[in-house]
Design a binder for this molecule. Structure first.
Ligand code: AMP
Length: 119
């Protein structure tokens, strides 16, 4: 499935890149939800967390290492940050290509579920 992130990876849509290697690309989110809002994506097309295979686990680990590195480079390692993956409709996942949001640079709101009662 072709997504906007596939087009960013192949270069037909530009991005504000902050990291790239053979397996991973990271770039600033086009609609930042915090002062620092970077998306970290695998170049391999994986639709969502549900589609991660055992063979992908080193890649997932490397994404976390890249998040750690970028947090330091972007000045939020000490102040703190959040790494978020949305998976599926209830999460609001809008792009069907695995991605992690690295958010920081300000006090982030509380993590919430939805407005429905969980009692
Ligand atoms: P999600 O809701 O988890 O699927 O997040 C998708 C994210 O991709 C959103 O935060 C969008 O703002 C972001 N996004 C969509 N298109 C682009 C783009 N061309 N460049 C950078 N970020 C994008």
């Amino acid at each position: 499935m072709t997504t906007v992130f596939s087009k960013i990876i192949e270069g037909s849509i530009p991005c504000n890149k902050v990291f790239e290697n053979e397996r991973i690309l990271a770039f600033h989110d086009i609609e930042p939800a915090a002062p620092v809002h970077v998306l970290i994506i695998p170049k391999k097309v994986i639709a969502s967390m549900n589609d991660v295979q055992t063979e992908d686990l080193p890649l997932i680990g490397e994404i976390h290492a890249v998040a750690q590195q970028l947090a330091a480079e972007l000045g939020i390692a000490e102040t703190g940050y959040r790494l978020i993956n949305n998976c599926g409709p209830d999460s609001g996942q809008a792009v069907a290509h695995l991605h992690y949001h690295l958010l920081g640079g300000a006090r982030l709101g509380a993590l919430t579920g939805n407005s429905a009662s969980h009692a």
